[in-house]
Design a protein around this ligand. Sequence first.
Ligand SMILES: NC(=O)C1=CN([C@@H]2O[C@H](COP(=O)(O)OP(=O)(O)OC[C@H]3O[C@@H](n4cnc5c(N)ncnc54)[C@H](OP(=O)(O)O)[C@@H]3O)[C@@H](O)[C@H]2O)C=CC1
Ligand SMILES: O=C1O[C@H](COP(=O)(O)O)[C@@H](O)[C@H](O)[C@H]1O
Length: 510
Amino acid sequence: MDANTFVLFGATGDLAKRKIYPALFNLFLDGKLPEVFSVIGLGRREWSDETFKANIERSLHSFSRREASDAEAVTKFLSFFRYHVLDVDRKEDYQSLLKLIEEREQALGAEPNRLFYLSVGPELFETIANHIQDSGLGDTKGWKRLVIEKPFGRDLQSARDFNAQLSKAFTEDEIFRIDHYLGKPMVQKLHLLQQTNPVLQASWNNRYIANVQITASETVGVEERAGYYDHSGALRDMFQNHMLQLLMMLAAHLPKGDDSEQVRSKKKHVMQSLEPLLRQDVATQVVRGQYTSGTIQGKPVVGYKDEAGIPQESQNDTFIAAKLQIEDDFWRGIPIYIRTGKRMKEKATRIVIEFREPVKQVSNTNNGGKPNLLVFEISPNEGIYLRLNTEGEAQQQDLTKVLIGSHKSGSEVPEAYENLIYDALRGDSSFFAHWDEVELSWKWVQPILDAYAANEVPLYPYPAGSFGPQAAHDLLAKDGFEWWFDRESEAATSAKNTGNTSSQASLSIK
Ligand SMILES: NC(=O)C1=CN([C@@H]2O[C@H](COP(=O)(O)OP(=O)(O)OC[C@H]3O[C@@H](n4cnc5c(N)ncnc54)[C@H](OP(=O)(O)O)[C@@H]3O)[C@@H](O)[C@H]2O)C=CC1
Ligand SMILES: O=C1O[C@H](COP(=O)(O)O)[C@@H](O)[C@H](O)[C@H]1O
């Protein structure tokens, strides 16, 4: 059953402005919001309803993927919103909030089903959860849900403590932990692709797959988040959550249907089957990097240590690459390489599956040397590609790239937050991170955190605008592989710079 009241803590903040209001607006345009709907925005700022609505409208104009040009639609959308001043530590603010919610529920004839969305720093989660419990806000005749943003802990122990605290006020079924990578449409389609395509099902195992490469590269640097990022780094910010979730979604052999229990149990199986990383192996299986000055899309940029708010002596990681192995019957023996970093050459999240080379083995000729690839472009553009050997092309530099299904560019792809908020409103937790997954992820990552803290892993510099440190390439080279598409991307850039957009450059998957 849909939520009727959306209670937004942190309604004056950055995430609300950039993601939550635009997502709600696009859901509204698609007719996906409940018919009876009310949003109560909360913050310490002394805003009136009018100021609040004006801010929301501005956010739609700046950040919505679809234009907010229909004045009537915008007015109707804004009519859902009310603002309430609340300091999370002030008990009486929760009492007045309860009164406002009940008034709105009565006026609208809404069921008392309440979704509490915490778009605030994690240090406030526990206080808010306890006050929701104590004030009677959660004591509703309908149901309650809690949506929380990352980060979910800083390490294994803090995540466990944090979860224990939240569990006093909300059951696991009521907690929806957002990992926005799980909301990306291509990620949500991964299991359907396997289930509905026998050709993929048949080849989704160690008989046919040589290796898997998962990349999330960003061109942005630390931006205005130095305070947060310098205490987080690529490992905590991206790897422990988004990258391991991508791995789970790819590697889980999910059953047909959308039963969230099944999805979670299969994802948990992947994490439980991950070969544990021993602390003494971290330095050989993990590459830690930090960007130095360089050029991004033709513009010079400063190195990490020269970014505003970053201390000169910072040892923080802005890049990580790691080799993982899953010990189960499907994946045993397939190396899985994961990398993510800031200030890299291109903005791209993609998964590449490299298949073994049966032609070479069977015919013993030179022209079977290129493996087939299956490529999932996840964002910012979306598409699935297969690279095949085709007759007469074996002598050429590269293989034929076949687009499967449609290619969608940025604005056509629904934002992850649209999918996730829609699911949270309906109570479908399939694409939210369950506590078991979060705990197992921290458990796997903990030896890396320990090795970093003890400085047992070199911190390799890499120039902004590159694909990371050389050591990340060596990680694959040791196994006889290389990261796919780095060279094509380099070629595409240099072709663009020289005006030659034929040959290699056209092979780049965009
Ligand atoms: N911004 C982003 O792109 C992303 C953010 N996140 C996570 O989302 C959460 C919010 O981030 P973001 O929006 O960037 O943070 P901001 O600092 O921009 O906003 C924080 C919000 O919290 C409110 N707040 C702070 N202290 C109190 C208090 N004592 N009582 C009541 N309200 C309070 C502020 O309201 P006021 O100032 O009016 O009191 C403000 O609305 C964080 O957990 C962050 O890690 C996750 C992914 C991406
Ligand atoms: O959660 C985060 O994700 C973004 C990258 O998200 P994407 O959808 O643009 O790929 C990252 O920039 C940020 O540091 C991190 O906190």
